[in-house]
Design a protein around this ligand. Structure first.
Ligand code: F6P
Length: 362
């Protein structure tokens, strides 16, 4: 156990961005460590939205006990709320008007005498902490996202659970594809990063893995399906990341939300390539979009461990007087990076990643 910092009496904690398995494990670790040092924890509801609207409550031991294995977040979350750009209405032309409400949030932090903030977030929401860092509020980031695309950490919690869910789905699709002699396209999440597709595709032995970092050629995809068919393998499993795009083409956008820090929601490429395969070959194709199933439910053991270590490490930084750091996992070690540096930056699959080479070989 680390030494407690007498200057820290009360901290705020929030979960921002898309939910992912392991959020509650971090909340539990942070709150239990804090309570052991006599530090009070204010749970801020629905990410930064709760800070804007002054919705927060003191967490008691019972609030954070027995939540380790629970999916989602007991605090609620929002992937839209950004205090420095809050949508407050529309102008005559129908465009959103945004207002900076950082001062309002600062008042709420002062009213509740919050000495530091723990922000459990992905790249978009992590950058919402920057104005508070600039105003002198000590902030501590904990990297979460199923996409595993946060700069500064080799691993974000939630990712390994999403990979397991996608792998299970690919395994199940395998047997139905083989029975019907079909091409089955499974679209997984990941935004602009192919981590989920690459890991689950390799784990499930997908025949074709398409990721955003490498533009695909639909004719080459069709050729592989036909070659397999000629060799007697009368089915093909394609694992495609939602952000994958064809050479010279664009990613398929499912919807746009101008009020969100990241307004683009990807989705639909699986349907597009299944249709193209049916047009360009005599093969039958079906597609499955896994969607939010990948974010739900209980975290796998490795994510529970990672989330607990991250929460505990964030509290060690906070209680030993460090400021404005994001905990990270690099090269098998727990470490920390400057929060401002990590915020808003993406970590894509490098083209020389060993798993890419292995995937190609097998
Ligand atoms: O960042 C996590 C994630 O699940 C992405 O993989 C996906 O593109 C996006 O969030 C979906 O966002 P929403 O929950 O707003 O549909």
């Amino acid at each position: 156990m680390f030494k407690c910092n007498p200057n820290i009496r009360r901290i705020g904690i929030l979960t921002g961005g898309g939910d992912c398995p392991g959020l509650n494990a971090v909340i539990r670790a942070v709150a239990k460590d804090a309570m052991a040092c006599g530090v009070e924890v204010m749970g801020i509801e629905d990410g930064f939205q709760g800070l804007i609207e002054d919705r927060m409550r003191v967490l008691q031991y019972d609030d954070v006990s027995n939540i380790l294995t629970m999916g989602g977040t007991i605090l609620g979350t929002s992937n839209k709320a950004n205090p420095s750009r809050v949508p407050v209405g529309k102008d005559a032309a129908g465009n959103w008007i945004f207002k900076d409400l950082t001062d309002v949030c600062m008042t709420h932090l002062e009213i509740h005498r919050i000495d530091a903030l723990v922000v459990i977030a992905g790249d978009g929401t992590m950058s919402c902490a920057a104005p508070f860092v600039r105003r002198g509020v000590p902030c501590f980031g904990v990297p979460k996202t199923i996409d595993n695309d946060l700069w500064g950490s080799d691993l974000t919690f939630g990712f390994l659970t999403a990979v397991q869910i996608a792998t299970d789905a690919l395994d199940r699709v395998h047997t139905t594809a083989a029975s019907h002699h079909r091409v089955m396209v499974v679209e997984v999440m990941g935004r602009n990063a192919g981590w989920i597709a690459l890991h689950s595709g390799v784990a499930a032995g997908a025949d074709i893995i398409l990721i955003p970092e490498i533009n695909f050629d639909i004719d080459a995809v069709c050729r592989v399906c036909l070659q397999r068919s000629r060799k007697g393998k009368r089915f093909t499993i394609i694992c495609i990341a939602e952000g994958a795009r064809p050479v010279g083409g664009k990613a398929v956008i499912e919807r746009l939300d101008p009020t969100s820090p990241d307004p683009i929601r990807l989705g639909g490429i699986g349907r597009v390539i299944a249709a193209q395969i049916e047009t360009k070959t005599p093969l039958e194709a079906r597609y499955v979009v896994l969607g939010h199933v990948q974010r739900g439910g209980t975290p796998v053991a490795a994510d529970r461990v990672l989330a607990t270590m991250f929460g505990d490490y964030a509290m060690e930084l906070l209680l030993t007087g460090k400021k404005n750091r994001m905990v990270a996992y690099q090269g098998g070690n727990y470490t920390d990076v400057a929060l401002i540096e990590a915020a808003g930056k993406q970590r894509l699959v490098p083209l020389d990643h060993p798993l890419l080479a292995a995937a190609r070989s097998v």
